[in-house]
Design a protein around this ligand. Structure first.
Ligand SMILES: C=CC1=C(C)c2cc3[nH]c(cc4nc(cc5[nH]c(cc1n2)c(C)c5CCC(=O)O)C(CCC(=O)O)=C4C)c(C)c3C=C
Ligand SMILES: [Fe+2]
Length: 447
């Protein structure tokens, strides 16, 4: 767990890290949260303040059942980027359906306050069963009784937020490019773009789905889901303590990923800086989302030798074909008896490696997905590729171009059906007071 992910600051903390119940109650009163729910949150965050970098609260006597595995919503960066990658994902891209700038701000305030509560394992408002009998409940209820489950909620802004509607055109970061169409892309419009996005990651799928469902509900009248994606297993590690998971092709994935502990590299390749052009993005990042279908039926009829040559690593241990073990650096100069490089130049690893891309790196945070089958009985399954970068034009586009034009794995077995890019603003500092007039994610953009 990294510094900014520690659960060491309550949802309405004071500058010195103490709990400030009065603002929480004020905010609750202003936003119509029940006393019961507000007390639940205050209790949870007060307990959370006792947690340390040693990890989650799970199993600790001091942790209430609801706050177990709770990450802090507050910090210099949004949670869900360098946070140890959870195993489940619900991702949603939204269209903004209002032309009112004030309503967009109000939506971001509602989302921010709700996200901070959901991450503590608390219900929204009066809860699922505690509100007025004659009104729909404030919380849909399917996460009632479940712990926080490591939930992180990460908000992003798509190019549409910067169109003529909201007077934000001059604040659009140069890094938020219109994603080019890559050779071989077979995009399905139902998985493309979005004015806003929410990435909800958790260790329990019900918790991640509950978060998106309730945030979507809060957006009613202002934004509507354009497309969404569930992920059932992580395909990366974002910290050194985590095992390397396997992707839908059966290979270890995430071995050479950037990790939270690589702070210099993360500063260099992930976090935006004011000097990059837009001060409001300092401490933020850019999220590339690509829905990539894997032609499993073809891949599964391919020999082990061919599979390993296409990836550039062994299927068992994930070691590079040039030798060593999983975390040995690939050596692209080592040749076999036939004089050919052991790692083929057309392999995925050879083409995606920083040495082939001007040193560029990215923080991958993808998920396996399966969405049923097509009319021919083939699985609609693959990898929902998520990557955080500081500059998509120099860190993602050249790599994708190289993969699209030369990577045997990409050309023969992968079909990209969805694509989107979002600017992910920085986090909110501890001590921020939330509510109808309070702080919100992205506030510097509207300042
Ligand atoms: C444009 C960026 C990338 C896309 C798209 C992509 C798709 C994709 N990758 C795999 C499987 C593996 N990728 C691996 C490594 C790897 N992939 C990228 C980039 C993209 N992948 C990078 C930058 C790297 C690291 C290269 C390096 O530094 O060595 C690996 C090897 C293990 C690992 O390091 O993670 C596998 C396996 C799939 C299945 C996929 C789309 C479906
Ligand atoms: Fe890859």
């Amino acid at each position: 767990m990294t510094e900014q992910d520690r659960t060491d600051a309550p949802a309405t903390s004071t500058e010195d890290g103490g709990v400030a119940p009065a603002p929480a109650d004020d905010a609750a009163a202003r936003s119509g949260l029940s006393r019961r729910a507000a007390l639940g949150t205050a209790g949870a965050v007060a307990g959370a303040a006792a947690l340390t970098a040693g990890g989650f609260a799970a199993g600790r006597a001091t942790a209430s059942p609801l706050q177990q595995n709770a990450y802090d919503f507050f910090g210099a960066h949004q949670s869900g980027i360098v946070t140890p990658q959870q195993d489940r994902l619900h991702f949603a891209a939204f269209d903004i359906t209002t032309d009112s700038r004030a309503r967009v701000i109000s939506l971001l305030r509602r989302w921010t306050e709700a996200a901070a509560r959901l991450m503590t394992g608390s219900e929204l408002g009066s809860g699922a069963a505690g509100g007025a009998y004659a009104a729909p409940p404030d919380d849909t209820g399917e996460a009632l009784g479940l712990p926080a489950s490591g939930l992180t909620i990460t908000f992003g802004f798509g190019p549409g937020l910067f169109d003529e509607r909201f007077g934000l055109a001059s604040k659009r970061p140069a890094q938020l490019i219109d994603m080019p169409k890559f050779s071989g892309d077979t995009l399905d419009e139902q998985f493309v773009g979005g004015d806003l996005c929410i990435q909800a990651c958790a260790d329990d799928p019900q918790v991640a789905v509950h978060a998106i469902r309730n945030l979507s509900r809060l957006a009613f009248g202002d934004a509507a889901i354009r497309w969404a994606q569930l992920g059932f297993g992580r395909t990366s590690s974002t910290t050194r303590a985590q095992d390397t998971p396997r992707n839908f092709m059966g290979f270890k994935d995430g071995t050479a990923n950037l990790r939270a502990e690589d702070t210099d590299l993360v500063d260099r390749w992930v976090w935006a800086d004011a000097a990059d052009g837009q001060a409001w993005m300092a401490g933020g990042s850019y999220l590339v989302a690509r829905r990539i279908r894997i032609l499993a039926e073809i891949w599964d009829r391919t020999s082990l030798q061919q599979q390993e040559q296409d990836v550039g690593r062994t299927k068992g241990s994930g070691a590079p074909l040039s030798g060593g073990s999983e975390f040995t650096e690939p050596d692209f100069t080592v040749t076999g008896r036939d004089g050919e490089p052991l790692i083929r130049p057309t392999s995925h690893v050879a083409l995606a490696h920083p040495s082939a891309n001007g040193g560029a790196m990215m923080l991958r945070r993808g998920y396996n997905f399966t969405d049923g089958a097509d009319a021919l009985g083939r699985l609609d399954a693959g990898l929902f590729f998520l990557a955080y970068v500081r500059d998509p034009a120099t860190q993602f586009v050249p790599v994708q171009n190289a993969l699209s034009s030369a990577d045997v794995m990409t050309i023969e077995y992968l079909r990209t059906t969805g694509s989107a890019l979002f600017a992910v603003p920085p986090g909110l500092p501890a001590g921020s007071v939330l509510g109808p007039d309070g702080a919100y994610i992205g506030q510097e953009l509207f300042a």
